[in-house]
Design a protein around this ligand. Structure first.
Ligand code: NAD
Length: 513
């Protein structure tokens, strides 16, 4: 661990690491409580981090506001050029940063690659974003939609996306002319500090205001300070539905804007005409990869009754083999299933398994906590679990997102029935359909189909690319980040009308003579 920390310019002496970057002094501080960053695989304390006091959050917001006021006048392609340099700097450190993500969260390098990809997209956008020209009904008039920088963007992130979600937000916020203040999850501060150091080195080389990329490590109270502050024009929140509901209401209460990326309860449906090998691999990957701790993990599986026995027997064998051979340290290349993030997450796994059993679920694979040997004995290990559910109404735990590798499986007879099951939960993030039939695929993505923000045909529910917008519907929060038109949320929009005559032109044929 210390080799990884020192490669990223993080102290290894055991002294607490400062988790707040002060733009006015260009120095690292933190006079709030201490946080521990622990390896979920071994239980080792990687470092203790000094968090932000309320005064330090206030100072970060003041600095961000000031930074925005000059940054907004810089032409967008010039902002893009600075982001291109951040992209180069981050890409040079991708292996080290990827290892830190593995140590601190349990995920891998792909997380950082996603940030790099997002910067590629945003650099391109910096030369093309803008509103449309709209024809006017009045002669010698022109209407146009104008996008200006919005202000300060607060970014609160979840533990399971310690780098990429900040990357999506920062990249788009930066090229659209805003300053960003980041509050990472309390258990992944080191990834945030290392990332901010890289961003700050580029800002410094370009003599830009450090307030453009502020970092305030802390817990819920630090997050709340951003949520409640009018200086935060857009609050981008990624986390649980319970927290997101409160955050959304508070930001709306002060007429701020929010982007909510909340929980998922994603389902995969397998039709009898599917390529079964593909469906099996995709479902296994999405259900137990990252130990079920992706917002897009497959949590529910609907099998057509005609293929269910054979599919379930192959799935159960795959689970048993992976459990026996491929659970391990995230930095070990053989590993397919890493640890849960905290000891509390293990308790939630156990409690969900017990509830599922009491509600009629039958455990086909897994269901237990795993005891590992040696240095892994201090980690948070559970078996990837399959629960067969015959009575969906009775098994209410299926309606909730448990952030663990638990897959609930049930059968159906018609595609309509499967779609109804898919849509029967509060969340609406990601879904998959496995079929070779074009009509079924079109039904699934159409008006009477799946209601999720992300839909995959013959692909896994997890593992989205950055080109299309990422986000979910219903209680997942309706937010859209990353690709597509997501950049528009980071702008202050005005519909502008230009009169280039000497006559007063009135719309709707109104005369004022
Ligand atoms: P969480 O809700 O516990 O915490 C998320 C963030 O909110 C953390 O930074 C936390 O410190 C902060 N926070 C806590 N209380 C707050 C408050 N009162 N005001 C403001 N901020 C506060 O979530 P988590 O356990 O870190 O992450 C897992 C959850 O995130 C899952 O539900 C998962 O589905 C969801 N998630 C969603 C997406 C998505 O894109 N839809 C992506 C990743 C994770």
């Amino acid at each position: 661990a210390s080799a990884v920390l020192s490669s990223l310019d993080l102290p290894t002496s055991g002294e607490p690491v400062a988790g707040v970057y002060h733009a006015h002094t260009k120095g690292w501080h933190g006079s709030g409580d201490l946080q521990e960053s622990k390896s979920p695989a071994t239980g080792e304390v990687l470092a203790r981090v000094r968090t932000a006091s309320q005064d330090e959050v206030d100072a970060a917001l003041t600095s961000a506001r000031r930074a925005y006021e000059s940054w907004r006048t810089v032409p967008a392609p010039k902002r893009g050029e600075v982001l291109r340099q951040v992209r180069t700097a981050l890409n040079e450190r991708i292996d080290d940063l990827g290892k830190l993500v593995s140590l601190e969260m349990g995920k891998g390098r792909g997380e950082v690659q996603e940030f790099v990809d997002e910067m590629d997209l945003a650099v391109g956008l910096s030369r093309s974003i803008g509103g449309t020209l709209v024809p006017s009904e009045r002669s010698h008039h022109q209407m146009m939609e104008v996008a200006n920088p919005l202000g300060v963007v607060g970014v609160i992130t979840a533990f399971n996306f310690p780098n990429a979600v900040f990357g999506w937000n920062f990249s788009l916020s930066f090229i659209t002319g805003n300053a960003t203040v980041w509050k990472p999850a309390p258990t992944t501060p080191l990834t945030a500090i290392a990332t901010t150091k890289i961003v700050q080195s580029v800002l410094e080389a370009n003599k830009l205001d450090a307030g453009l990329a502020a970092l305030v490590c802390g817990g819920g109270e630090t997050g709340e300070a951003l949520v409640n502050d009018k200086r935060v024009d857009l609050l981008s929140f990624t986390g649980s539905e319970a927290r997101g509901r409160e955050v959304g209401m508070k930001v709306a209460g002060r007429f701020g804007q929010s982007l909510l990326e909340l929980g998922g309860n994603n389902a995969a449906t397998v039709l009898p005409d599917a390529n079964m090998q593909l469906a099996l691999r995709a479902t296994t990957f999405a259900a137990l990869g990252t130990s079920g701790q992706r917002c897009t993990s497959t949590r529910r599986l609907f099998l057509h009754s005609s293929i269910a026995p054979h599919f379930l027997s192959s799935l159960t064998s795959a689970y048993k083999k992976i459990t026996a051979e491929r659970i391990g340290h995230p930095l070990d290349s053989k590993t397919l299933v890493g640890p849960l993030h905290t000891a509390d997450a293990v308790k939630r796994f156990e409690s969900a398994v017990e509830t599922a059993k009491s509600q009629g679920g039958e455990i086909l694979a897994g269901g237990n906590v795993v005891k590992m040997d040696g240095e892994l004995s201090g980690g948070n290990w559970v078996e990837p679990t399959i629960v067969l559910v015959k009575d969906v109404e009775r098994c209410q735990i299926m309606q909730q997102e448990t952030f663990a590798p638990i897959l609930y499986v049930t059968t159906f007879e018609t595609l309509e029935e499967a779609i109804a099951l898919n849509n029967s939960v509060a969340q609406g993030l990601s879904s998959s359909l496995f079929t070779q039939n074009l009509a079924s695929a079109m039904q699934f993505i159409g008006a009477t189909g799946s209601d999720t923000g992300i839909i995959n045909i013959n692909g896994s529910t997890s593992g989205a690319e950055i080109g299309a917008p990422f986000g979910g519907n219903k209680s997942t929060g309706w937010g859209r980040e990353s690709g597509g038109d997501a950049w528009k949320a980071y702008c202050r929009w005005s519909s502008c009308t230009l009169n280039f005559s000497n006559e007063l032109g009135l719309a709707q044929g109104v005369s004022f003579d």
